[in-house]
Ligand binder design. Structure first.
Ligand SMILES: Nc1ncnc2c1ncn2[C@@H]1O[C@H](COP(=O)(O)OP(=O)(O)OP(=O)(O)O)[C@@H](O)[C@H]1O
Ligand SMILES: [Mg+2]
Length: 1021
């Protein structure tokens, strides 16, 4: 295998190059199959190449071009990029493919700068020879591409296809000679790490939107995320008080001469660097007493890399400075620790300062000895500094430490207990370096943020109040409490991306690192969901068991998955929602569909008949584009939700199903699916919004039309029942009767008992409202007699959203009361409540309580009324349906108005309930509500209002069709007239009441009217 850095050939088992030690990119580790990936593309080209070819001898030109290509390829490889193609004099390079690194964009820009400075050196050399000056332009852009093999036979290449490479090429063309131009997308990723100049927006040929462009001037001093200075700044620290206190205590001890090594561990982005920054600020250490060392993923094999860089920064060395100046600066920096000449020589050699040996000749030592002495010099230098004032040494990212630095760190750690030095090393636990046994260390592990802290951070980043509550919660949840994820998710709100662009490469890097087998398993798992179990994964993945287990272990070791149980019983969970999303995002759309179809197939096999799995099944069918199956599963899922009382979920599921149908071409099969969904939706909406809500009616209306076109009597009846109930609750009695006529032939055709029951109970209710009491009573009794299997009621409630039995029993209770059978009536009412409770169907329980309240008010049973009104109010509050909330308030008002001392309060509640009731769209039973208000007002001496309400009640309520209370209203009016000593009018009204009661067969009202008859001048009680 060829080393990407030095091009040396290595045996295939090598993981690192035998020549230069660079990690070897194994093509097996990279994905050969096509993927959607975000990557950074660099395009670099020579300026004015044609004129060069005219001016130079071809041989010189060739040499020059080879030099240009090799210095560029070196810079690209050094930074982990991959030259994809040489296009004439142009070089196309990828950063992030075949392997992603967490900082690909930064690497690309750094490589670009290195190409520019390498060209400057090349030109300096050329200037001395025969040739001409070469200039290059470089363009860099980050975006989505599809990567994978293209071409055929010997011409197969691994390429990225899409707009991203073209944009990079266009940017290159726009760049000034010897400059590097970035798109806004790349700029956003590297902001703060490079000094850039904005060049405004430009329209690029073949690119839809104009792009903002930036040229790069050079690299900043920023070493890490929290060091950058970016316009948005850092959000204030949240939490971490305990850790800060612990560090502060360790610092106090160190100042007294008892130093310590602290290992501060936590996953990427958890806030290790941030904590160190905060700590440094709190204890106010100056730059001179805080030494910072940064390990780098690109330099895991460069001996003492973090130490070398620290010394360079401390001395402010520029590699472009003349050698003498470099040495001067170096001496000046070391002066504080008064080193010997040999120590300076050793350290200058370590830094490879040019021409050092004239001033500081190195003693003749074996390499081993030189190394030991260098270590000793470095340690002594730090100790001398510490002797002046206590030191804080920060060693960042030691999971990337090179072996020599690790040895040095260990040597230091063993001496610390006698020194005023606090040495804190940060690391990611999954790659912890192995330190020697018995090393004295204090461990501090950073945990994910808690709920309150997550929210606080979201709000800080978004600048308080800028985001809706739902979004805040969603980010808090999806971030899994990792501050970096919180920040980036918050900033990416509105981008429409599941994974913020800024996290793309770091998440992909975690997956790529594992090799293609483990990554593929992660992709399949991601398609299944955040959580998946072994059996399903194995069935879908179709891999040999040992391979699968190995892949899962690798994912576990890399902290991407947590595992519960042992395969084959094991369940796996993605530790981060974002890792799952990143893995899923890499799948090609076609492959996603295949996977979802296969997952659905396996779910059907493994869980046939398991209703709990339906929503999952529905989701996979939907994503697989198998709409027919998806709709079926959504409907089953909705039924399952309804049976668990989860109406909101059911509504969402049914609407998802309907949305899928909308995208399908019209045909019978599609319509058949829709009619079922619309009826089911109507039933769910009865519970969610109420019987008369426009959405409820729209669903049933649509179902009715579809059923008629399909000539499907079963669905037709369901729709008509829904509409009928809605009309009944709207108080539109004649419309109900008309509809019953429309339904009659369907009911005839449909032998199904359910349908007949449903219509029978509506009919009974209408008859009662019209004041045809004995007929209504008979009809309702028949209804109950038809249904000889009450246990089927539960299913009916699910199917139709309501139970004919409970409606019939409750209404029968009222009819029987009016007929004068008080005891029987009470039994019916109580039974309707009992059955509704047994059904545990909240909408039906509301109905039963509501009918019971009416019953007890009519019967004058105060205590029962108060108890049932309270019960209804509690369930209504829980359900949140406007209709039941309004009615429960009204009934509580009734109960209060029964007592003189709470009458006014009761009237106020009734007014409020009435308003809400009308707002909910209901109009049924308004005569009853008016009568109750009229009576309460009369008792409170508010006679004008009483008169108005009784008048309204007599006119049949809002819709003018309800007649059943006429006798009782007239009796109430008579009493009012009598109070005003209008005896003749009172007499006449009471006579009308009596006549009406007799005509309607309402014995209860008849008896009351008789009892009230002012006989012998005695005033009625
Ligand atoms: N407690 C916190 N309060 C506010 N912001 C935080 C907190 N912790 C971390 N952050 C922010 O989250 C981001 C990631 O933090 P940081 O860079 O310190 O993570 P890290 O653990 O050092 O990650 P890595 O392993 O990649 O170096 C930073 O922008 C930082 O400012
Ligand atoms: Mg860090």
């Amino acid at each position: 295998m060829r080393c990407p850095r030095c091009e040396a050939e290595n045996p295939s088992r090598f993981k690192f190059c035998g020549q230069c030690g660079s990690p070897l990119v194994t093509q097996a580790g990279a994905s050969m199959s096509a993927e959607r990936r975000s990557l950074t593309v660099m395009f670099c080209d020579l300026v004015d190449a044609t004129s060069l070819s005219q001016r130079l001898d071809p041989e010189d030109l060739r040499n020059l071009l080879q030099d240009y290509q090799s210095v560029s390829a070196d810079a690209i490889a050094r930074n982990g990029g991959q030259v994809a193609q040489y296009l004439g004099d142009g070089i196309l390079a990828y950063f992030g493919y075949p392997l992603a690194h967490e900082d690909d964009a930064r690497r690309a820009v750094r490589a670009g700068l290195e190409v520019l400075s390498a060209m400057a050196r090349l030109n300096a050399r050329v200037a001395r020879g025969p040739g001409a000056r070469l200039a290059v332009r470089i363009g860099i852009h980050t975006g989505l591409a599809v990567t994978g093999a293209v071409g055929s036979g010997a011409h197969r290449e691994m390429l990225a296809v899409g707009e991203t490479p073209n944009v990079a090429a266009r940017l290159q063309a726009l760049a000034e000679p010897d400059t590097l131009l970035l798109s806004e997308a790349t700029h956003r990723l590297v902001e703060g790490f490079f000094d850039c100049r904005a060049h405004g927006s430009r329209a690029l040929k073949g690119v839809a939107q104009p792009l903002a462009l930036y040229s790069v001037l050079g690299e900043t001093e920023a070493q890490g995320r929290v060091d950058r200075s970016v316009p948005s700044g850092l959000a204030p620290l949240v939490g971490r008080e305990r850790e800060l206190a612990e560090l502060t205590a360790l610092w106090s001890a160190a100042r007294e001469g008892a130093g310590r090594l602290v290992l501060l561990s936590g996953e990427a982005g958890i806030g290790k660097s941030r904590l160190l920054k905060e700590f440094g600020e709190r204890i106010r250490v100056g730059a001179r007493t805080r030494l910072r060392y940064f390990c780098s993923e690109q330099h895991v094999r460069s001996p003492l890399y973090p130490v070398v860089r620290q010394l360079e920064r401390a001395a402010e060395l520029r590699r472009t400075d003349p050698p003498a100046l470099q040495l001067d600066k170096f001496e000046a920096m070391l002066a504080a620790s008064a080193p010997t000449r040999e120590e300076v020589a050793l350290m200058a050699a370590l830094l490879e300062i040019p021409e050092r040996s004239t001033r500081y000749p190195l003693p003749d030592l074996s390499p081993q000895r030189q190394r030991q002495r260098t270590f000793a010099a470095l340690i002594r230098q730090v100790e001398t500094l510490a002797a002046r004032s206590p030191l804080l040494m920060l060693f960042e990212d030691v999971h990337w430490i090179d072996p020599s630095s690790r040895e040095l760190l260990e040597l230091m750690a063993r001496r610390l207990s006698r020194l005023p030095i606090l040495l804190i090393a940060t690391l990611r636990p999954e790659f912890a370096p192995r330190f020697g046994a018995g090393l004295p260390v204090t461990h501090i592990a950073l945990a994910r943020l808690g709920d309150a802290e997550r929210r606080a951070l979201v709000e800080q980043v978004a600048r308080a109040g800028a985001l809706p509550e739902r979004t805040v919660l969603e980010i808090a949840e999806r971030s899994d409490g990792v501050p970096l994820f919180i920040e980036e998710l918050t900033r990416a709100v509105g981008s429409g991306l599941a994974v913020p662009a800024s996290l793309n490469s770091s998440l992909l890097a975690r997956l790529d690192r594992l090799g293609s087998a483990a990554k593929e398993v992660a992709q399949i798992g991601a398609a299944i969901g955040r959580q998946f179990y072994y059996g399903l994964l194995a069935a879908v993945a179709q891999k040999a068991e040992p391979d699968l287990r190995l892949a899962l272990e690798a994912l576990g070791e890399a902290s991407l998955l947590t595992c519960r149980g042992m395969p084959p019983e094991a369940t796996y969970i993605f530790k981060h929602a974002l890792v799952q999303d990143a893995a899923y995002d890499t799948l090609l759309r076609g492959r996603r569909r295949e996977l979802h179809a296969e997952i659905a197939r396996q779910l059907e096999l493994q869980h046939s008949g398991d209703t709990a799995a339906q929503e999952l099944l529905a989701h996979h069918y939907t994503e697989a584009g198998l709409h027919r199956e998806a709709v079926r599963a959504w409907r089953t899922a909705a039924r399952h939700s309804v049976s668990g009382g989860s109406f909101a979920e059911a509504e969402a599921q049914l609407r998802t199903g309907l949305a899928l149908l909308e995208r399908q071409a019209q045909d019978k099969e599609r319509d058949r699916q829709e009619v079922g969904l619309q009826n089911a939706l109507g039933n769910v909406l009865i519970a969610q919004r109420g019987y008369t809500a426009p959405e409820t009616l729209a669903a049933f209306e649509r179902a009715r039309r579809l059923a008629a076109a399909l000539e499907d009597p079963g669905q037709g009846l369901r729709a008509l029942w829904g509409l009928g109930t809605a009309l009944l609750y709207s108080g539109r009695l004649s419309a109900v009767l008309e509809m019953m006529q429309e339904a009659a032939p369907l009911v005839e055709k449909n032998r199904h008992l359910d349908a007949r029951l449903a219509f029978s109970v509506i009919h009974g209710s209408v008859l009662l409202d019209l004041g045809r009491v004995p007929e209504a009573h008979r009809r309702l009794e028949e209804t109950l007699a038809m249904d000889n299997d009450p246990s089927r009621d539960r299913e009916r409630a699910l199917l139709y959203g309501q139970s004919p039995r409970i409606s019939a029993l409750g209404t029968l209770g009222i009819a029987a009361l009016l007929l004068g059978h008080a005891e029987r009536a009470r039994r019916h009412t109580e039974q309707s409540i009992r059955e509704a409770q047994a059904l545990s169907h909240k909408p039906m329980l509301c109905l039963a309580y509501s009918l019971a309240c009416r019953h007890h008010w009519l019967a004058g049973a105060k205590e029962d009324l108060a108890a049932h009104a309270g019960a209804l109010q509690r369930i209504a509050a829980d359900q949140g349906t406007p209709l039941w909330l309004a009615l429960s308030r009204t009934y509580v008002g009734w109960a209060l108005a029964e007592e003189a001392r709470s009458r006014e309060e009761g009237i106020a509640l009734m007014y409020e309930g009435m308003r809400e009731y009308r707002e909910s769209g209901a109009n049924a039973a308004t005569p009853l509500l008016f009568l109750a208000l009229g009576r309460a007002c009369a008792r409170a001496g508010r006679d004008d209002e009483a008169r108005d309400f009784l008048g309204d009640a007599l006119r049949g309520g809002t819709m003018g069709e309800e007649r059943w209370l006429e006798a009782e209203v007239l009796r109430e009016q008579a009493a009012l007239l009598l109070r005003h000593n209008d005896l003749p009018a009172a007499e006449q009204t009471l006579a009308r009441a009596l006549a009406k009661a007799r005509q309607q067969g309402a014995r209860l009202f008849e008896q009351r009217a008789t009892a009230r008859r002012p006989a012998g001048g005695a005033s009625p009680g």
